[in-house]
Design a protein around this ligand. Structure first.
Ligand code: HGY
Ligand code: MN
Ligand code: MN
Length: 427
């Protein structure tokens, strides 16, 4: 392979890792590896073997995170830590790169350090954060919330529609399923958290840029919206007498789109709102829908815009509820504020990219990431790489092994720079 970045990473090995993980999916819904699923547990076991093969000491922490540690020979106790992590769970019918590329990039760094017999002055932890994607318990980023001390008793006590208790599921995956109201004990020893991730948008590809250095991650909240009307016979119930929960829900969804469109055009930040999950009860073709449950996924880089949107939505729901004679409930099920990435790490990443001849820009993230929570307890930074047409959360999601290799080379160079080994003394 040519190119300065190839000494640091191997596109062929990357491609093999991506393909191996891609095979661990629900058969009839590629690529689906939902947290706690059989596919997920299979992938976790496989990943732990990969960690062990490069000499990492593996553990599952109480939050269910898989952590592979490369210990420093530095005898100063307790050593400082550098975390490189992302996630291997996917959304339903998702892609092969969202999260996965970041974990593979971390392993590429370990391969390089081992090949060069480099001993760093700090431990490196390669982390597969538990359950980064939004799950049936109404929240996301389970593992990084735990590490950051943000996994509450209330979250853990939630059951899904099949009665599965979240805390039980975390215990079954090897965690302790305990609440975390304080950050991990050695948080003050964490010098940096780095995450490589596909951009999940198309700017890098469109502009032909190798690396996106993330400035911030938008605030994300999720809201359970319930609509209660009256089920009834679709053939005998007069139109004037209906309390149709699905018609009511459709008005709400249209209002969500209208308000979000209006705010996103007025606000110079990032603002999006989506209803992607809807359940109709009893969901029969000859029955007037009696109940609808849906999830609102709301993202804003400006908290005031978020509050304005929610105020508009609640007022509109009051009016719709009265007009359609259906009860409407809106409950926030998860929240994470806007997260800024560490400026000093961003400078290191820029110098690393330049040092190996890669182009880079600063870029805001539209997606949520584990680094949003990790940034509450330690300096955090993200490295974006281009993905095909910006597609993500779908089987068409794609990033080339070369793009992942370039990104992982930047991760490795940033680690070497933080260790004072590379590009030091202003060279
Ligand atoms: O949904 C998100 O923003 C991320 O992909 N979990
Ligand atoms: Mn992700
Ligand atoms: Mn995702």
């Amino acid at each position: 392979m040519t190119g300065q970045f190839y000494p640091y990473s191997d596109p062929d090995r990357i491609k093999a890792m991506v393909n191996a993980l891609a095979a661990m999916t629900e058969r009839d819904r590629p690529f689906t590896r939902l947290v706690f699923s059989a596919e997920y547990k299979e992938a976790r076991a496989w990943l732990q073997t990969q960690f062990e093969q490069v000499g990492l000491e593996c553990q599952i922490d109480a939050g269910g995170n898989l952590i592979g540690t490369r210990k420093t020979a530095n005898t100063a106790e307790p050593p400082q830590k550098l975390i490189i992590g992302s996630h291997i769970d996917t959304v339903a019918a998702g892609g092969r790169f969202d999260g996965i590329a970041g974990v593979i990039a971390g392993l590429e760094t370990i391969h390089f350090l081992n090949k060069q017999s480099i001993d760093l002055p700090f431990d490196i932890e390669i982390v597969d954060f538990l359950g980064e994607e939004l799950n049936v318990w109404g929240t996301s980023c389970l593992g990084s919330r735990y590490m950051a001390g943000l996994l509450s008793d209330e979250l853990l006590a939630r059951s899904d529609q099949n009665g599965r208790l979240l805390s039980d599921e975390i215990e079954k995956i090897g965690g302790a399923g305990i609440a975390a109201t304080v950050p991990r004990q050695d948080a003050d020893k964490i010098i940096a958290c780095l995450e490589l991730h596909i951009e999940q948008s198309s700017r890098l590809e469109r502009e032909g840029i190798d690396i996106g250095i993330v400035t911030d991650i938008p605030g994300i909240s999720r809201h359970a919206i319930s609509v209660s009307g009256s089920a009834g016979h679709s053939g005998t119930t007069r139109m004037q007498e209906r309390k149709d929960a699905l018609v009511t829900a459709s008005h709400i969804v249209t209002k969500i789109r209208d308000f979000a469109l209006e705010i996103s055009e007025q606000d110079n930040g990032h603002f999006v709102a989506t209803v992607g999950r809807v359940e109709v009860y009893p969901n029969g073709a000859a029955v007037i829908p009696g109940h609808v449950s849906m999830i609102l996924d709301l993202r804003a880089s400006n908290e005031k815009s978020r509050d304005r949107f929610l105020g508009n939505l609640k007022a509109a729901c009051n009016e719709i509820s009265h007009r359609e004679s259906c009860a409407i409930g809106i409950d926030q099920t998860s929240y994470a504020g806007v997260a800024s990435m560490d400026s000093s790490l961003r400078t290191h990443i820029a110098r690393s990219a330049e040092g190996i001849g890669l182009s880079h820009i600063s870029i805001a993230s539209g997606a949520g990431h584990d680094m949003a929570h990790m940034s509450r307890i330690a300096p955090a930074a993200m490295i974006f790489i281009p993905c095909k047409e910006g597609l993500s959360h779908c089987p068409e999601e794609f990033a080339t092994p070369e793009a992942i290799a370039k990104g992982s080379a930047v991760v490795t160079c940033t680690v070497l720079m933080l260790a004072g080994i590379l590009f030091s003394s202003g060279t």
